[in-house]
Design a protein around this ligand. Structure first.
Ligand code: PAF
Length: 289
């Protein structure tokens, strides 16, 4: 079956209502395009759990706090369309900026540390724009389930918090990070790395794994400092943060919690490209250490 492309909100609404009226479920994968295997893994999961799958490609201007990042964000429509067709996706929603934002709009959302720390601190306004568009897209598509990658760990936590606060009837499904064979977390930004930077970027994943091997000898605050130093001094990256926080509350940790998972989160520049990655440290791993 070939994929159907909708550019208009009304077309998506009519389609989604028709699917719902036949008692079939809709799975939704919002993206900004430049698709890679990480996105395809979300689509595969959605296909396994839902009767119909819709993907959106919308490079959302309101979540870019840097205009050159928006201008340089990769746009690979023809390749994306082929990947979506091969993945068996039913519908692509590909709206224009005017379709989503007939007038300028950016709601403000405050979820304490979840929205204000780390990405929220270093990319002011990013989460307001991201949550505004996810709220709008969920309201347009009205899926039973929506799929997001755990690579954007803070984004996923915020989307869960927003959906709960706004009482949107959708199940948010978080899916594991997909890595290249050498460990680099898949990201649309990776295609902008030079071959040398691509090699240098491997340090991010290496340091995260190193942290995992050191949890029984050191407390999280020591490891946060060590991770930052390793990225800076040994790998020559420019980290904005390397920190271990409570995976539910995002509180920075002095000692390992016994009731919650922890997560090591990193954002670092490799050349001009800003990459993020993370590793969840299960409370089970800690109790066994
Ligand atoms: O993760 C992304 O690609 C974007 O932040 C999202 C969720 C599609 C919203 O624009």
């Amino acid at each position: 079956m070939s994929i159907v492309v909708f550019e208009k909100i009304t077309e998506v609404r009519t389609w989604s209502e028709r699917i719902g009226a036949s008692d079939l479920s809709v799975g939704f994968v919002p993206t900004m395009g430049a698709l890679h295997e990480g996105h395809i893994s979300l689509i595969d999961r959605a296909k396994g759990e839902c009767d119909r799958v819709i993907v959106s490609i919308f490079v959302n201007p309101t979540q870019f706090n840097n205009s050159s990042d928006l201008a340089n964000y990769p746009r690979t429509y023809d390749r994306d369309l082929k990947l979506l067709t091969d993945a068996g996706c039913d519908v692509l929603f590909f709206p224009s900026v005017a379709e989503i934002y007939p007038k300028p709009e950016k709601r403000h959302w405050d979820f304490g540390l979840l929205s204000n720390s780390l990405e929220g601190f270093f990319r002011p306004g990013h989460f307001d724009g991201m949550l505004t568009v996810v709220y709008k897209l969920l309201e347009i598509v009205r899926p039973q389930r929506a799929y997001f990658g755990e690579k954007d760990f803070q984004q996923l936590s915020l989307i869960r918090a927003m959906v709960q606060q706004e009482q949107i009837p959708v199940e948010i499904v978080g899916c594991p990070i997909i890595r290249e064979s050498d460990g680099l977390a898949m990201s649309s930004r990776n295609m902008r790395l030079t071959p040398d930077e691509r090699q240098q970027a491997l340090a991010i994943n290496r340091v995260l794994y190193y942290i995992l091997t050191a949890i029984d000898q050191s407390d999280p605050s020591e490891l946060s400092v060590r991770g930052f130093e390793l990225l800076t001094k040994s790998a020559g990256l420019r980290p904005e943060y390397f920190t271990i926080v409570n995976a539910r509350t995002f509180e920075p940790l002095a000692t390992w919690p016994t009731n919650d998972d922890s997560v090591a989160l990193v954002a670092a520049y490799v050349g001009e490209i800003r990459l993020i990655d993370n590793m969840v440290i299960k409370k089970k791993a800690l109790s066994e250490s």
